[in-house]
Design a protein. Structure first.
Ligand SMILES: NC(=O)c1ccc[n+]([C@@H]2O[C@H](COP(=O)([O-])OP(=O)(O)OC[C@H]3O[C@@H](n4cnc5c(N)ncnc54)[C@H](O)[C@@H]3O)[C@@H](O)[C@H]2O)c1
Length: 283
């Protein structure tokens, strides 16, 4: 099945980026937000990100106009009715996702694929909110979506081979590289990344070294573009803590226990770049 009509639910950081890359490839997108005003704001953001790509010579200005003409905004989930694929990017809260998937299940055609961009919630659990678990799949884009090449595709317990193949083909069509994961806590990306960030927090808490030296070792020694503490600030310390809790509870293994220093930072409201203070200051 060639995807020509998509819907994206939630037009925050991720949903806007997903709509951007779909529309650039000529796919019609219904961009659905909590209100028309939020949706309009998201389109303004997409427009300025397209301008940035024009400046960098990645696209020309006619591509921008064509892409914007492919995006229709809406404040009602009903706009997803004719989509062949719906990609959900609402906040990482199970009750919100449950509401969206329950409603999508009754709105969309039986063949429609219902994908989620969740970072850490079980795809199998989300699929159980619908009566079509074989059509439900994880499509985990990375931030910022127009720049990052990876899409982690997560197969829930019931996801069909057909659904997986369509989503893999779509990922390649978007110019991205797919990587398949089964549906276990953290998938591949956070299963491997979060223990490293957590260990860096323990190292700092125990006074093994300074934050700068911990990051320098990983940047210069391991060729990582960012050190783990810098990266944690970039992701958001609250998001890191939430994901570590998902790993800890999901596997019941003490190796995923969140570092007390990380918990303390979150409790104090130091969440990283978004609050201008995390392990580092951003003023
Ligand atoms: N930010 C990241 O780096 C990142 C990376 C990968 C995956 N994710 C995942 O992507 C999802 C979205 O994350 P985000 O960072 O874009 O969040 P965000 O808070 O920036 O955006 C979420 C948007 O959803 C909207 N929304 C809320 N309820 C809605 C509803 N019922 N219908 C339509 N819109 C609704 C909100 O108004 C908001 O604009 C989450 O599941 C998150 O875990 C985030």
């Amino acid at each position: 099945m060639k995807i020509e009509r998509a819907a994206v639910v939630g037009a925050g950081a991720m949903g806007s980026g997903i709509a951007h890359v779909l529309a650039l490839k000529g796919i019609s997108v219904a961009l659905i937000e909590a209100s028309e005003a939020f949706a309009k704001k998201a389109v303004e953001g997409i427009s300025s990100n397209l301008d940035r790509q024009i400046k960098k010579g990645v696209i020309d200005s006619s591509a921008k106009d064509k892409a914007l003409s492919k995006i229709q905004t809406a404040a009602d989930l009903g706009a997803a009715k004719n989509a062949q694929i719906v990609i959900e990017a609402v906040p990482e809260k199970i009750e919100i996702k449950k509401d969206v998937f329950t409603r999508l299940n009754s709105l969309c055609s039986q063949e429609a694929i219902l994908a989620t961009n969740t970072s850490s919630i079980s795809i199998t659990r989300i699929a159980a909110f619908t009566r079509r678990p074989k059509n439900v799949i994880g499509m985990h884009f990375m931030n910022p979506v127009p720049v990052m090449k990876l899409v982690e595709i997560i197969r829930g317990l019931e996801t069909s081979d057909e659904t997986y193949q369509i989503v893999k083909d779509l990922t390649l069509f978007l110019g991205k590289t797919p990587a398949m994961s089964l549906d276990f806590p953290g998938f591949i990306s956070n299963r491997v990344l979060m223990p490293m960030i957590n260990e860096a927090c323990f190292a700092l808490m125990e006074g093994l070294s300074t934050k700068e030296d911990i990051d320098t070792v990983m940047k210069l020694g391991m060729n990582h573009p960012m050190g783990p503490l810098e990266l944690a600030d970039f992701i958001g310390l609250d998001v890191c803590l939430d994901i570590l809790n998902v790993l800890f509870e999901g596997f019941g293994d003490s190796k995923y226990r969140p570092c007390p220093l990380l918990k303390q930072m979150v409790a104090s409201g130091r969440l990283g770049r978004k609050t201008k203070r995390g392990f580092y200051d951003y003023v």
